[in-house]
Design a binder for this molecule. Structure first.
Ligand SMILES: Cc1cc2nc3c(=O)[nH]c(=O)nc-3n(C[C@H](O)[C@H](O)[C@H](O)COP(=O)(O)OP(=O)(O)OC[C@H]3O[C@@H](n4cnc5c(N)ncnc54)[C@H](O)[C@@H]3O)c2cc1C
Length: 413
């Protein structure tokens, strides 16, 4: 500590930096687990057109936090997931549809706008005792032996035993903790927007797998879908340059008029696809959650679902440390958190990477392997159920609060 800095208030147990969906969920869960918590973030989140399919185990955590009903009311249920091969290649995969009822679920989850997720979590955070909210951007991070000290651009100072870095992919906290990253890029961009449709989606999410990436139409409430269209970067930019009318026609053409006429609603965004994995999930009194720790291409709706499992495991590691009288920001606690997260993040990163690259590959063996995999998934019921369950959450190493009740009996499609 230097004398030049303003004096901090009494130290918090936990300071969560960043109030995107990961940071808000972390602040809520940790405060409700009995940790004196402060959430630090700038006021208004940037405009976000993305939606998130909150799947499987995420529902468990969000129910535990008491926000599931409010989220479900703003989203659309996903009861069927359909994959259609439109690569036009010599070897094509069969059309495959997965139904939630096959694994005795009412739905796989709910698709909600990201801004609705942050809105619902913010409202819950404001009503949570033991959770202080501080508006500001953390500019300076000083890691001490017992505490981490954070100073905002406006000069507010906070000390905590552990800082949770939820400040996104360009995290200042991750850098201050000396945690390196592996990054990579994909030769694709995602065009993201919402559209009104002439026909009802019937709670079916459809993925058209084209030669340059998937084109995904995910249900939103009413006759609306959220669209993620992955293309070569120049093609995504060209689509984005179209008028709303022309883009609507092109979206309908690419969807083979499945949902009839399509009308662009609201702004669009283009995201160049990239990946990132942190070399450690915690070190030097800083624990990473969400995109601070892992960034994925939007294939298979994994990103935020994985982030919520970060939150579940972090709370578990901190509660265990508190119970056994250990330092909640100490090296042992953060190493335990790292061990909990590594297999889940690694396996999901690899899975998404393989799925994307297999689609892009022009090599015949890759096309055959992909088609064969989907053909088997289409025909072999136990394999279908395994894929559905593992797609929702890994059966191993899921945080306790997010573990599903064991299914009573599987139902044939
Ligand atoms: C096109 C697309 C579609 C996707 N679809 C899905 C999906 O269907 N399912 C899914 O699970 N995931 C999906 N994802 C991924 C998901 O959107 C992200 O994982 C999620 O939005 C990241 O949330 P976050 O809270 O980790 O980070 P962010 O939302 O980036 O939040 C970071 C926060 O930190 C704040 N901040 C930054 N620096 C500071 C600082 N110095 N001090 C204080 N605050 C700071 C920022 O203001 C922001 O509020 C998709 C991603 C894309 C690109």
């Amino acid at each position: 500590m230097t004398d030049a800095l303003p004096a901090p208030s009494a130290p918090f147990d936990v300071a969560v930096v960043g109030a995107g969906p990961s940071g808000l969920a972390a602040a809520l869960h940790l405060a409700r687990s009995g940790f004196r918590t402060v959430s630090i973030a700038p006021k208004s989140p940037p405009e976000d057109q993305r939606t998130t399919a909150l799947l499987g185990s995420s529902v468990g955590l969000l129910q535990h936090l008491g926000v599931w009903d409010a989220l479900a009311a703003r989203g659309a249920a996903l009861r069927t997931m359909r994959l259609v091969d439109v690569t036009g290649r010599l070897v094509r995969a069969p059309e495959v549809a997965f139904h939630a009822r096959e694994i005795e679920r009412d739905s796989f989850g709910v698709n909600v706008m990201n801004r609705d997720i942050t809105d619902v979590l913010s409202t819950a955070a404001a009503e949570t005792p033991g959770l202080t909210r501080l508006e500001g951007t953390v500019e300076t991070v000083t890691i001490g032996e017992r505490l981490v000290r954070l100073e905002t651009g406006a000069g507010a100072v906070v000390e905590a035993r552990v800082a949770v870095a939820a400040d996104g992919r360009r995290s200042r906290l991750r850098e201050a903790a000396g945690i390196g990253i592996d990054t990579w890029t994909y030769p694709q961009s995602a065009l993201v927007l919402n559209a009104a449709t002439e026909a009802a989606h019937d709670e079916i999410s459809t993925e058209f797998h084209g030669p340059n990436g998937p084109y995904v139409l995910v249900p939103l409430p009413g006759r609306m879908v959220s669209i993620v269209l992955i293309e070569k970067p120049e093609a995504a930019e060209a689509l984005n340059a179209l008028s709303d009318e022309d883009l609507g026609r092109e979206l309908e053409r690419r969807a083979h008029s499945l949902l009839g006429r399509m009308t662009v609603v609201g702004p669009r965004q283009v995201y160049p696809l990239s990946g990132l994995t942190a070399k450690a999930f915690g070190r030097n009194r800083v624990a990473l959650v969400g995109e601070t720790a892992h960034v994925f291409p939007p294939v298979g709706a994994q990103g935020l679902n994985l982030s919520l499992r970060d939150v579940g495991h972090l709370a578990e590691a901190l509660v265990r440390a508190r119970r056994s009288g250990q330092d909640i920001g100490g090296a042992e606690t953060l190493a335990a958190y790292d061990r909990m997260r590594r297999p889940d993040v690694k396996s999901r990163t690899l899975g998404v990477d393989i799925a994307d690259r297999a689609l892009l590959s022009d090599l015949l063996p890759a096309q055959i392997a992909r088609s064969l995999g989907l053909a088997l998934a289409d025909r072999i019921a136990p394999l279908r159920r395994l894929i559905m369950r593992e797609g929702l959450a890994p059966s191993f190493l899921t945080p306790r609060v997010m573990r599903p009740e064991r299914p009573r009996r599987a139902v044939e499609p």
